[in-house]
Design a protein around this ligand. Structure first.
Ligand SMILES: Nc1ncnc2c1ncn2[C@@H]1O[C@H](COP(=O)(O)OP(=O)(O)OP(=O)(O)O)[C@@H](O)[C@H]1O
Length: 252
C-alpha cells in the first residue's frame, strides 16, 4: 500500500484550471521532489495532497484511505504539512511551538516539551540553542527550521513540505535535505517542493515536473530534466555537473 496516492486531481479557480488531472504516488522510503516554474500549481496540489483543500475531482488516498473520509485529528497523526509561508509565529518559546507537533497525539504542551521526539526534532534541526527564544524573534531561515522541527516532532509517516529550503543558507539547506533522506531511510515518505534543481537531483528519488497545472513528466531526475524540457518549461539553458543541471542562461 502506498503512503500517499493521487490520481486525476483537478481544481479550478474561477475560469482557470489551476491543477489538471495531477497524479503522484509516494512509497515508504522515498523522497519525491515536486518541481516546476512559479505559478505551475505546485502549492495548490500540495494543499490537496495534505488534505487541506478538496479537489473538484480526482482521488487522493492517504495510507489506503480516501482523504476526505479521514478525520482531521487522525490525518494529523499520519501526515505533517509544512506550508510555503507559515506566517509570523506567536510569541511562545520555540520549544513550546515545536512541542505543538505532539498535539495530534493528545499530548499537552507542557508535558510534550520533554517528549523524546520533540528533543530529537530540536536537535536534528539545530534549534537547541534557540529553544527558549520567542518564536516570533526568529529569522526567516530559523523559522523554516522550526516548522520542520514541529513536523518531525509529530513523527508522521508522511511529510509534505512546500519549499522548505527556500529561506535556508547552503549548509542548512543541505542538512534539511539530508534530514529528509534520513526520515525516508526510517520508512517514511517525503514530498517536497523545490526550486533548487541541483539539490532536487541529488536528494530526491524521483522528480515530478508540473507546468501550467499539469504534471508533464515524472521519474528519475536524469530523465525528467533534459535540455529540451529546461528550455521549454523554465526558459533557460543549462550546464551540467555530473547528473545535476545548473540553470545558466535565459533563453533568447
Ligand atoms: N484563489 C485563486 N484564484 C485565482 N487564481 C489562483 C488562486 N489561487 C491560486 N491561483 C493561481 O493558481 C496558480 C498556481 O498557484 P500555486 O501557488 O499553486 O503555484 P506554485 O506552483 O506553487 O507557484 P510558486 O512556485 O510561485 O510558489 C497561480 O497562477 C496562482 O495565481
Amino acid at each position: 500500500m502506498s503512503l500517499l496516492h493521487a490520481c486525476g486531481v483537478s481544481l479550478r479557480r474561477g475560469e482557470r484550471a489551476v491543477v489538471s488531472a495531477a497524479a503522484l504516488t509516494l512509497e515508504r522510503g522515498r523522497v519525491v521532489g515536486l518541481i516546476g516554474p512559479n505559478g505551475a500549481g505546485k502549492s495548490t496540489f500540495m494543499r490537496m495532497l495534505a488534505g487541506l483543500q478538496a479537489p473538484d475531482c480526482g482521488k487522493i488516498q492517504l495510507l489506503g484511505r480516501d482523504m476526505g473520509q479521514i478525520p482531521p485529528a487522525m490525518r494529523a497523526r499520519q501526515l505533517a504539512f509544512i506550508p510555503q509561508d507559515g506566517g509570523m509565529p506567536p510569541p511562545m518559546p520555540v520549544r513550546n511551538l515545536v512541542a505543538l507537533g505532539r498535539l495530534p497525539h493528545g499530548q499537552a504542551n507542557m508535558h510534550a516539551i520533554g517528549y523524546p521526539a520533540v528533543q530529537r526534532a530540536l536537535e536534528a534541526t539545530g534549534l537547541l540553542d534557540l529553544s527558549a527564544r520567542p518564536a516570533c524573534h526568529l529569522s526567516g531561515g530559523e523559522r523554516a527550521r522550526m516548522n520542520l522541527a514541529r513536523a518531525l516532532a509529530t513523527d508522521t509517516p508522511v511529510v509534505v513540505a512546500d519549499e522548505p529550503i527556500a529561506a535556508l543558507d547552503p549548509a542548512h539547506a543541505l542538512s534539511m535535505m539530508q534530514l529528509f533522506r534520513e526520515q525516508a531511510a526510517q520508512g517514511k515518505g517525503i514530498v517536497v517542493v523545490l526550486h533548487d534543481l541541483v539539490l532536487a537531483t541529488r536528494f530526491c528519488d524521483e522528480l515530478v515536473l508540473m507546468d501550467d497545472g499539469s504534471i508533464i513528466r515524472h521519474g528519475p531526475a536524469t530523465q525528467v530534466l533534459d535540455d529540451d524540457i529546461m528550455h521549454a518549461v523554465y526558459g533557460v539553458t543549462v550546464r551540467r555537473i555530473g547528473d545535476a543541471v545548473i540553470p545558466w542562461e535565459l533563453c533568447r
